[in-house]
Design a protein around this ligand. Structure first.
Ligand SMILES: [Zn+2]
Length: 325
């Protein structure tokens, strides 16, 4: 049952409505298809409610199902997880001065610190393996919540950044309160998240749901942060489709086109588990279709690349920059 006292985790509005019901069996089976068992995280929950805030348009899920250390240690086996090169690093790095004290919340192994020259760098990160990697590189990263860090280093930093973190957090308001508390007056807060008004939304993606992603952000929801936390918004930067996302951009574009042309319901083709429940035979049919689509996509991609079609679209990440008054 959906909790009727639900509040938006960004702006605390009661104006919240349901946009989709997701059977947890689909998510569990999808991870299973990718070699991961996530049943234990869902316990006995049969569905997730996907909700939207009428006030700030943030999308979130109920009940909250978070990934734990084991879940992330399995995901991190894919080397895509901690990318050392992110286009948003360069954008935020351009805002940092050599005299600045920088707090990087959810820093991973501290890859951003290698992009900047600053007086002091502090990373906060929960992944034990990432903290160990940072230590090996001599980068200052500790396992601490930003809310706790704010108790020790209130109004201390010139810049507080987070890269691809706020979509994983269920309590956005608490996370941002902690981040803002760490900033001195006139300091800069930067928040970089996947832009859910980009090509990411064209297809259903199991990684864009719990236990991995908890919140779907867009420009309106990011602008609301300024109002909720008394900040001045300095800039909202929507990156173009970057080199590292070009591959997935073209794949998503071509799969979406193919499904539209073939009149295939996207849920059916993308969510193998739904078919797997029917029969093993239709699962192999699905895999054949998927592999065929990849081959066609490879050919079309070359053509689209030649005309640089991706330049017409907004990229993966949106970054908002705020000033503490
Ligand atoms: Zn809201």
């Amino acid at each position: 049952m959906l909790d009727t006292n639900m509040l938006c985790p960004n702006c605390s509005s009661h104006d919240v409505y349901e946009i989709e019901i997701i059977p947890t069996a689909d998510l569990i089976n999808y991870y299973k298809d990718n070699g991961m068992d996530v049943r234990y995280l869902f316990e006995k929950r049969e569905v997730l409610h996907k909700l939207r805030c009428g006030e700030c348009s943030l999308v979130f899920f109920s009940p909250v199902v978070l990934g734990d250390d084991f879940f992330y240690s399995c995901l991190q086996k894919g080397d895509w997880y901690y990318q050392d090169e992110k286009p948003e690093y360069d954008y935020v790095a351009s805002l940092i001065k050599p005299t600045d004290k920088v707090l990087d919340v959810g820093s991973g192994r501290g890859a951003f610190s290698k992009k900047i020259k600053c007086d002091f760098y502090q990373g906060l990160e929960f992944s034990e393996s990432a903290v160990k990697l940072a230590e090996k590189d001599g980068i200052n990263v500790i396992p601490e919540m930003v809310q706790d860090h704010a108790q020790k280093r209130s109004e201390y930093y010139d810049v507080v950044s987070s890269f691809q973190v706020l979509e994983h957090v269920s309590d956005a308001r608490g996370f941002l309160e902690g981040s803002v508390k760490c900033l001195r007056r006139g300091g800069i807060l930067t928040v970089a998240v996947p832009n859910c008004e980009s090509f990411l939304e064209w297809r259903k993606n199991y990684l864009n749901m719990p236990p991995h992603h908890q919140l779907h952000w867009n420009e309106k929801a990011l602008r609301k942060i300024a109002q909720v936390h008394g900040l001045k918004i300095k800039q909202v930067y929507k990156e173009p489709v970057s080199e590292i996302h070009r591959e997935s951009f073209y794949s998503i574009l071509l799969q979406t086109m193919r499904d539209k042309l073939a009149g295939v319901k996207e849920d059916r083709i993308n969510f193998a588990p739904q078919i797997a429940r029917d029969s093993e035979e239709s699962l192999s049919e699905w895999r054949e279709k998927r592999d065929f689509a990849h081959r066609v996509a490879d050919v079309l991609k070359k053509g689209f690349r030649l005309i640089r079609l991706h330049r017409l679209f907004v990229g993966h990440t949106i970054t908002a920059v705020y000033e503490k008054r």
